[in-house]
Write a protein that binds this ligand. Structure first.
Ligand code: FES
Length: 185
């Protein structure tokens, strides 16, 4: 009887050991699978979420014209731009106008034609030698400085550079109706 109980006891212990081994390998397999799944998911997630974390409205440099065109900047020169804007997965073609002019120090400057007040397009009034916004009447100097009207700042200046004799500009959009130039896209 005692011997039978001992045998039974040994058999139970073996079961426990076998079950424990199975559980251990099961857990190990589970962890391995989860880890592998996570590793495989990372590139997929990066691909899917890219548009969310990619900077919206990423602009590239756009050619404005040959530098020879801007040798005489006695008045601002209007230049249309064909823009390519990358926004998440989509590439958007748009057009904007810029004015090439000179700042008070006499250096070349590229101005956005978007009024900093509420976003209307300013016109160059040759007769008055000023920029004028037709929406609410803001007036700006040829160098873009604010003269009068509700605009809280002067016309926005755009980053520019000269590459192989060509003037290049990085068109940016700025927050409207605030005193300082803040890039929004
Ligand atoms: S949008 Fe130009 S003055 Fe208001």
């Amino acid at each position: 009887m005692e011997a039978q109980e001992k045998i039974q006891g040994n058999a139970n212990n073996k079961d426990v050991i076998i079950i424990n081994r199975r559980s251990f390998f099961g857990v190990l397999l589970g962890i391995g699978s989860a880890g592998m799944g996570a590793l495989l998911a990372i590139p997929v997630l990066r691909y899917v979420l890219y548009p969310l974390y990619a900077k919206s409205g990423k602009n590239t440099w756009t050619a404005v014209g040959d530098m020879a065109e801007f040798s005489d900047l006695s008045k601002p020169i209007l230049k249309p731009l064909a823009l390519k804007q990358v926004d998440g997965w989509s590439e958007v073609d748009s057009s904007q106008n810029v004015y090439v002019t000179k700042n008070p120090q006499g250096n070349l400057e590229v101005l956005s034609s978007i009024c900093p007040h509420l976003g209307c397009i300013v016109d160059w009034h040759k007769g008055q030698n000023e920029f004028f916004c037709p929406c609410h009447g803001s007036v700006f100097n040829p160098d873009g400085n604010h003269v009068s009207g509700p605009s809280p700042r002067g016309l926005d200046t755009l980053p520019h550079k000269i590459v192989n004799g060509k003037l290049m500009v990085k068109f940016e959009y700025f927050r409207e109706n605030v005193p300082n130039q803040e890039v929004v896209g």
